[in-house]
Ligand binder design. Structure first.
Ligand SMILES: [Zn+2]
Length: 325
């Protein structure tokens, strides 16, 4: 996915993108060449099995054709890491499909959030079924984002090596490895913070690069002091001392946001954090934090809705007004 970051120098982003695009187009072309070579080889093998030693001329011609096809196949070499990354991408897309809201295992959380643990093997088996299904269909290969799409009419199962990487045990292994990797990142508790004299605070999770910006809002009327949260990580410059951007979008929905929010709240113990425009996942996080401390964290809340009948806003209520959550 193309992540255009307003905070990165645009030239660098565009250059990165063009590099990636060219690499993808090269890979697509090599993939097509390998598929053509594989089908020619299969045809040559079928041809030679049709002609026996009783037909010496045709047998000889078929053997030559087979040798040529073998040489072409050897030339259309695909590095295994390239095939591996393509296979992982196909598996990832099927997993995301099953886990998107409304999907069979729909959720707003990360596709490999611990909530999948109770049915992980079944999920992996279902991903494998979906993968096998799309491998047999044209147009299921993720190809480069723009330009010619040489892969659009090809099927993953035209390439035996790729098909092997998409078998049920391979899918299970890929998902297990990804699960372990994202969990390891999410479990890392190191945070970077940067605070400006005016109170603006950025908190960044070191291992994932996920970050949010916290601003004090002194003009906001109500009981106490207020602040607002800006959580579009891709629009906030990285504060990693090494300059690393991280790959935040790969780690959303694993509970790292809660770690970041709690850290900011600890820096400003009396500040109350207002809502704002939130994604569905951010709403869920807000509700959890609100349940822990309804005075500090604003959230849409059924309990508050039923409890308060005076039509006042969350910001106008004192700590002691809130019922136990
Ligand atoms: Zn509430």
């Amino acid at each position: 996915m193309l992540m255009l970051s307003a905070t990165t120098h645009e030239g660098v982003v565009v250059e990165d993108f063009m590099d990636r695009l060219h690499a993808e187009q090269d890979r697509d072309q090599r993939l097509v060449a390998a598929m053509n070579a594989a089908s020619k080889l299969a045809a040559a093998q079928a041809e030679i099995s049709r002609h026996t030693w009783r037909e010496p001329v045709r047998h000889l011609q078929a053997r030559r054709a087979l040798q040529e096809a073998e040489a072409a196949r050897a030339k259309a070499f695909l590095p295994s890491e390239e095939l591996g990354s393509l296979a992982r991408r196909i598996i990832q897309l099927r997993l995301m499909d099953l886990r998107r809201p409304g999907g069979r295992y729909g959720s707003h959380r990360h596709p490999l959030h611990p909530e999948v643990d109770s049915y992980f093997d079944q999920l992996a088996a279902d991903v494998a079924v979906e993968v096998a299904d799309v491998a047999a269909r044209p147009g299921a290969l993720p190809s480069s984002q723009t330009g010619p799409r040489p892969l659009a009419h090809r099927r993953a199962n035209e390439l035996p090596e790729l098909l092997e990487l998409l078998s049920a045990p391979a899918v299970h292994a890929v998902l297990t490895r990804q699960r372990d990797q994202v969990r390891e990142v999410a479990a890392d508790t190191e945070l970077f913070t940067r605070q400006r004299p005016d109170g603006l605070l950025i908190v960044q999770h070191a291992a994932s690069g996920l970050r949010a910006r916290f601003e004090l809002d002194e003009a906001q009327p109500g009981v106490g002091r207020f602040g607002s949260i800006y959580a579009k990580h891709y629009k906030i410059a990285s504060i990693d001392p090494s300059g690393a951007e991280g790959r935040p979008h790969l780690f959303e929905g694993l509970g790292i946001g809660a770690m970041i929010y709690r850290r900011a709240a600890a820096e400003y113990p009396d500040v109350r954090w207002r809502g704002g425009t939130l994604t569905e996942a951010a709403h869920a996080l807000r509700r959890r934090l609100h349940n822990e401390d309804p005075y500090i964290w604003a959230a849409w809340c059924q309990l508050c809705d039923r409890h308060f009948q005076d039509g006042k806003d969350w910001s106008q209520r004192a700590r002691e007004d809130f019922p136990t959550h």
